[in-house]
Design a protein around this ligand. Structure first.
Ligand code: ATP
Length: 312
């Protein structure tokens, strides 16, 4: 297992505000960390700190064993950071902009042209190759920022809210792209508020609040859906049943029962036999069950369990 990122005790202060405190984590090749937390939690600051774009008040970042510090250009060139509000050169054409980036990284001319075509295709922007950047939509700009970040072939990829402007088809495509980057042995950190998307493609989740990493682990560890052999269930009824909540609470063994019209959720034993017996019982009690499913990984529930108040 190749360790790509080691961040140890990172601290960033803005005057009296501690934007990041004791931020530590390690990522290996193929790891994809989803970073979540409310506005102002420190997600952007942590990405900038890891990228070496912000002076640290304490701590150390190592990428592939080299310290990230001013002057260590080689180590920094292994990191690709895509900010959520990228500086964009409005008057340049798409390919021109990427060529400029390639030259800044001192890539060979033929390699630059090859990579421009490759990444424009990967980010489905080929038909905009000669368009001026000022004519691009928000989602297209975001994709161009990702292309710009990947062009120099970084090993550690940091994407700040990359999916927020993407349309539904774009998100599916983007997931595939992240999967292929993982397969190539890159390590990635992606900050996002779109929890449903994140749990599908991340290997790890970090939950931030007030500058600290409150939780960090694999998706299964953080979601913890199978803790105590219990998990979250979602049931949809064919029609709403006025006394469903009472019926469920009298069955015994169900906790965190919530009924909203035809939608029901609760926690119960995870084991398949117990689930089958419960479903049979729901039907015997006369509940018109249209669908019944344990939720294996529910990041939203895990997030809400932390007690952190809001993801917008
Ligand atoms: P969001 O979800 O809104 O993008 P975030 O989790 O990325 O938020 P950060 O942008 O890292 O949060 O901000 C962390 C803290 O640092 C906040 O309290 C913010 O107000 C503060 N902060 C960020 N940038 C600056 C700055 N340039 N000067 C002063 N304070 C700042």
């Amino acid at each position: 297992m190749t360790i790509i990122l080691e961040a140890t005790g990172l601290r960033v202060e803005y005057g009296k505000t501690v934007a990041l405190d004791d931020f530590s984590l390690t990522l290996a090749a193929g790891d994809l960390l989803g970073l979540i937390g409310p506005n102002g939690a420190g997600k952007t600051t942590s990405l900038k700190a890891v990228a070496g774009l912000h002076p640290l008040d304490a701590g150390r970042v190592r990428v592939l064993g080299s310290n990230i510090e001013p002057g260590n250009v080689l180590a920094q060139s292994r990191i690709g950071f895509a900010p959520d509000t990228p500086p964009i050169y409005e008057e340049l054409r798409v390919a021109e902009f990427l060529r400029f980036i390639g030259k800044a990284y001192r890539l060979r001319r033929d390699m630059i042209e090859e990579r421009i075509d490759f990444w424009l295709e990967q980010l489905w922007l080929l038909d905009r190759r000669e368009a001026r950047i000022k004519t691009l939509s928000r989602g297209m700009r975001q994709r161009l920022t990702v292309a710009r970040t990947l062009l120099p072939d970084p090993t550690l990829i940091l994407l700040d809210e990359p999916a927020s402007g993407l349309d539904p088809a774009g998100r599916v495509q983007f997931r595939k792209l992240l999967g292929s980057l993982r397969d190539q042995g890159k390590a990635l950190i992606v900050s996002s508020h779109i929890l449903a998307d994140l749990h599908e493609y991340c290997t790890h989740i970090g939950i931030m609040e007030a500058g600290t990493l409150r939780q960090f682990g694999t998706v299964a560890q953080v979601v913890g859906g199978k803790q105590d052999n219990r998990c979250h269930y979602r049931v949809t009824l064919a029609r709403s049943v006025p006394d469903a909540a009472r019926l469920l609470s009298e069955m015994g063994g169900l906790t965190r029962i919530e009924v909203h019209g035809r939608q029901i959720s609760f926690e119960y034993e995870h084991e398949a036999g117990a689930a089958a017996a419960l479903l049979a019982r729901l039907l015997r009690e006369g509940l018109p069950v249209a669908s019944f499913a344990p939720v294996e990984h529910d990041l939203e529930q895990a997030y809400l369990r932390t007690g952190i108040r809001q993801v917008d």
